[in-house]
Design a protein around this ligand. Structure first.
Ligand code: GLY
Ligand code: MN
Length: 461
């Protein structure tokens, strides 16, 4: 948690961006796994954390635009709670920590909202993603749960995206703390990736590194020898000589800022020549993106520049052919690189995705492509100083996709389908670094995790 002034300033800035009405920011509640008191690990809502900072369930924040007041609604713990959970601060003390002086029991929120509705005031909400909060909003606003999301306020969404997209220095410090944990997770996976080791053991061990730092992974760990499945959460295999292990993981800092890195490593510690050839193309695509990312450039262009490096590299290996620019324009690279270059990162690993990907990553100038592959790019708009983004190109040999494109003769003027047989069972390679856009370019956040062939192989020794 930051100094209280950080939260006061953020709420003030938000107020200036909204014309009138009241904004409701729902904190999260506990969520049961299999019976009410056996709950999932609590994760506070990121927008609530951003403006109200309190990492405690069952709180709701209200920002009143006209009267300039911020209020916190919640209930003090009773003696039963204290017996099971120990002494807890009162709501009033919690409010003081984040500069909110007006605190009220939860049951009073109904009256506040009904009065605002009666007076015809605009009630701003953001799209809820948890069933508990959808039901609470249904009750507070008298809107059927199926329609709640359609009542989301674009004005509030845009105001929040405007603020959260530009990271403050204190937020960068937190992201770097998350990167330091991620570094340990990745280098530990590299050391554990011996022939005969189990994916489960490695995934469990590196998750434990985040937990041992008092935090948790920033998303469920992706770790598999079948790296061609982009988000593979199946960890049931035993590592085999000749295969590669794709590890995509990151941690949260104690204040819930994320890191997100991917490395693809050779089981047993040595890449084959074929693996090195593809690996070095992905590395060149990563480095190209980092070289050109700077304020003012559309991230869509950075994505395309990275795709171009991939096409050039695959053409040199005889897997692709024809004019490189035409191949990218026609989306031919997407057979091998069927996803976007990256996404914003902050309090969420896919930052602010609850507010709508297009509201975060696109704008009136740059709208989402509908071309296969590029359509998955989560952020295409012009990037600005203070943005934090991931750079994560990849090359994958996905049997079902190859089969489909080949049988439908898709982009056959750019792809040497006959040559693809040499890469059956290759898997996939993705590399991912986190970058901060600076005044003139960008810098990698955290110490760069070993990434060249030599660095990876020597870390695995
Ligand atoms: N690292 C997982 C993702 O970006 O979707
Ligand atoms: Mn990512």
């Amino acid at each position: 948690m930051f100094e209280k002034q950080v939260y006061i300033d953020r709420r003030l800035k938000l107020r200036k961006k909204i014309k009138s009405g009241i904004a409701i920011l729902m904190g999260n509640t506990e969520s049961p796994m299999n019976y009410p008191s056996n709950t999932y690990h609590f994760r506070q809502d990121s927008n609530f954390l951003y403006f109200f900072g309190l990492d405690i369930p069952n709180l709701i924040g209200i920002i009143d635009i006209e009267d300039g007041k911020d209020c916190l609604y919640g209930d003090d713990f009773d003696i039963d709670d204290i017996i099971w959970m120990g002494p807890q601060p009162k709501l009033k003390e919690l409010g003081e920590k984040v500069g909110v002086l007006s605190t009220h029991p939860l049951k009073e929120l109904n009256t506040t909202i009904s009065r605002a509705i009666r007076h015809g005031r605009k009630i701003h909400i953001i799209p809820p993603y948890r069933a508990e909060n959808i039901l609470t909003l249904e009750r507070l606003l008298g809107i059927n749960q199926s329609f709640i999301k359609t009542y989301s306020s674009l004005e509030l969404i845009k105001a929040i995206v405007g603020l959260r997209s530009i990271k403050e220095a204190c937020e960068i410090d937190e992201i770097e703390k998350a990167c330091a944990i991620g570094y340990k997770m990745h280098t530990t996976a590299m050391k554990m990736a011996k022939v005969g080791a189990s994916e489960r053991e490695i995934a469990g061990f590196i998750e434990g590194i985040a937990v041992a730092h008092g935090t948790m992974p920033s998303f469920p760990i992706i770790l598999s020898q079948n790296g061609e499945t982009l988000h593979n959460h199946d960890h049931s295999q035993i590592l085999q000589q000749g295969r590669m292990l794709l590890v995509d993981c990151g941690a949260e800092s104690v204040s819930h800022y994320a890191s997100d890195n991917t490395r693809t490593i050779p089981v047993g510690g040595k890449f084959s020549q074929q693996q090195k050839d593809i690996y070095n193309i992905v590395l060149a695509a990563t480095n190209k993106a980092i070289e050109i990312a700077k304020p003012g450039i559309p991230y869509l262009d950075v994505h395309k520049a990275s795709a171009k490096v991939i096409v050039e590299g695959l053409s040199a290996l005889g897997l692709m052919k024809g004019n490189v620019d035409d191949a990218v324009a026609n989306g031919a690279h997407a057979l091998f690189f069927p996803h976007g270059l990256g996404h914003m990162m902050g309090l969420d690993v896919h930052d602010m995705e609850d507010l709508g990907e297009n509201n975060v990553g696109y704008d009136d100038e740059i709208t989402r492509s509908d071309q296969f592959g590029t359509a998955y790019l989560r952020c295409g708009r012009r990037i600005q100083t203070g943005f934090v983004l991931t750079v994560e190109p990849g090359i994958y040999f996905i049997p079902a996709l190859i089969e489909k494109w080949k049988s439908e003769k898709i982009n056959e003027s750019f792809i040497n389908y006959a040559k693809l047989a040499d890469y059956a069972n290759f898997g996939g390679i993705r590399l991912e670094d986190d970058i901060l856009i600076t005044d003139k370019g960008c810098r990698i956040l955290g110490q760069r995790i070993p990434i060249t062939v030599d660095e990876v192989e020597s870390t695995m020794l």
